[in-house]
Design a protein around this ligand. Sequence first.
Ligand SMILES: *[C@@H]1O[C@H](CO)[C@@H](O)[C@H](O)[C@H]1NC(C)=O
Ligand SMILES: *[C@@H]1O[C@H](CO)[C@@H](O)[C@H](O)[C@H]1NC(C)=O
Ligand SMILES: *[C@@H]1O[C@H](CO)[C@@H](O)[C@H](O)[C@H]1NC(C)=O
Ligand SMILES: *[C@@H]1O[C@H](CO)[C@@H](O)[C@H](O)[C@H]1NC(C)=O
Ligand SMILES: *[C@@H]1O[C@H](CO)[C@@H](O)[C@H](O)[C@H]1NC(C)=O
Ligand SMILES: *[C@@H]1O[C@H](CO)[C@@H](O)[C@H](O)[C@H]1NC(C)=O
Ligand SMILES: [Fe+2]
Length: 442
Amino acid sequence: MNRLKMNYSFLTFLVFISQAFGDIKPQQVHISLGEDPFSMVITWVTFEYAPTPIILYGPTIATTLRYPYGHTNNFTYNNVTRYVHTGTLSNLEPNTKYYYKVGTIEGWSGLFNFTTFPAGNDFKFRVCCFGDLAYRHGNIILDLFDAARNGWFDMIIHVGDIAYDLHSDDCDGNCGDKFMTELEPIFSHIPYMVIAGNHENDHHNFSHFHNRFRMPGEVGGHHNNQYYSFNLGAAHFFGVSTEHYGYMDEYGKAPILSQYSWLTSDLQEANKNRATRPWIIGYQHRPFYCSNTECHEDDEPLIRKGDHDIPGLEPVYISNKIDLVFCGHMHSYERFYPIANLVSNGGNGYDSCKDTSSVYHNAAAPAYIVTGSAGCHTPKTSFGSPHLGSACRSDDWGYTIMSVYNHTHIHLYQWSVDQQRNVDNIWITKFIGNFTAPGPTT
Ligand SMILES: *[C@@H]1O[C@H](CO)[C@@H](O)[C@H](O)[C@H]1NC(C)=O
Ligand SMILES: *[C@@H]1O[C@H](CO)[C@@H](O)[C@H](O)[C@H]1NC(C)=O
Ligand SMILES: *[C@@H]1O[C@H](CO)[C@@H](O)[C@H](O)[C@H]1NC(C)=O
Ligand SMILES: *[C@@H]1O[C@H](CO)[C@@H](O)[C@H](O)[C@H]1NC(C)=O
Ligand SMILES: *[C@@H]1O[C@H](CO)[C@@H](O)[C@H](O)[C@H]1NC(C)=O
Ligand SMILES: *[C@@H]1O[C@H](CO)[C@@H](O)[C@H](O)[C@H]1NC(C)=O
Ligand SMILES: [Fe+2]
């Protein structure tokens, strides 16, 4: 570990040194969870090569020096080279506020802070989940700032389609840089977890997505942020790429097969730990189920059930008793009853967001939430005739908040930015009384 304590005068020099300007100035500072909840990964961009990037951090003021783990990623797109710096702070104290700044001796970012999660697996935490959020037409962004300021959530999951697009230059500059700069006050403070959507395909093997974001599973793992998992409190989270299927013609079958083999073993492992971590929650960009006008009864059959030598994802979700899956891609909100192989158990047609929590008690199949209504390049996406499994639909701009209370209770609500109120509220519950781990069915 390259961790040094510095003497006071050097520290004073570092803390009061003027901020950098121009291309060496750190920008787009954001954080994401590391390999465990007590590791935080800090990532930032410079447009000039910055030798020896460092992070200063500490629980009262930023006093500990950390050289970034790993590397500076250089990547060039349309003749612009970005230097993406990453550092992992590990062995952090639980439930502790940390202050940090990033940069080099030539100049620093401002001072940021984040708070680590409590220890153990029995604490409440809240996740803000949305998909399809643009720099321009980013309808939820102002509300998101309010919600972050009010402490409504402890982590963010963006289920793909980021900035429209990370690689596009039609936002008075590059949309990815503009988006990550605009949202830096939130993303530098609250872990920002991402998965790729179709808009992340920059036809250079997702180079912007791959280089700009660090997700767990990379250190000593498969070095690929397209799919990964992590544990937090009473939940195991996993993110998978539906774009491996969507762009199979461009990148081949290999990514589908390696993701599938990783996913099956990851979920089998997670299932063994169900007594201590009962919830398994997935996220992906394209939904299997939706009922917009542009959505078919079986919208993504290849991704859902596969074809010949291409394995689909739904059988893995069903056999491993996944509780909940968040998706985006359709620019609206829709909640499904527990559903498997196109058949829902519970609902019988659109239920106008009635409180049907009982259907979600010890559910035998995953519940799917489409939350792609954060605001992007299209007008609101209209709904067609409802899917039989559809429990709640809203075409208001908004985002979903999931509160994992404990081993038995998850609460979900959908915040409508248009109406400034919740348009959906639901409890998902299980295993009241003695816990019995389900284990995979075969
Ligand atoms: C990044 O670019 C700098 C300057 O061109 C170079 O010295 C460095 O080796 C590069 N690093 C990587 C990982 O390519
Ligand atoms: C990149 O630079 C080269 C050499 O200056 C030029 O020929 C090319 O058109 C540029 N490409 C783009 C996408 O700007
Ligand atoms: C921590 O960061 C948040 C978000 O930037 C900021 O509002 C808050 O004032 C900071 N807290 C402290 C104690 O500096
Ligand atoms: C795309 O990137 C992934 C992850 O870095 C890598 O494993 C894969 O080989 C690349 N595919 C192509 C076609 O370059
Ligand atoms: C879990 O949280 C729910 C909702 O707050 C609460 O009613 C229940 O008593 C909690 N269960 C335990 C074991 O704390
Ligand atoms: C739970 O299981 C234990 C051990 O099998 C048993 O002693 C206890 O009575 C059970 N509790 C309930 C509420 O069923
Ligand atoms: Fe999409």
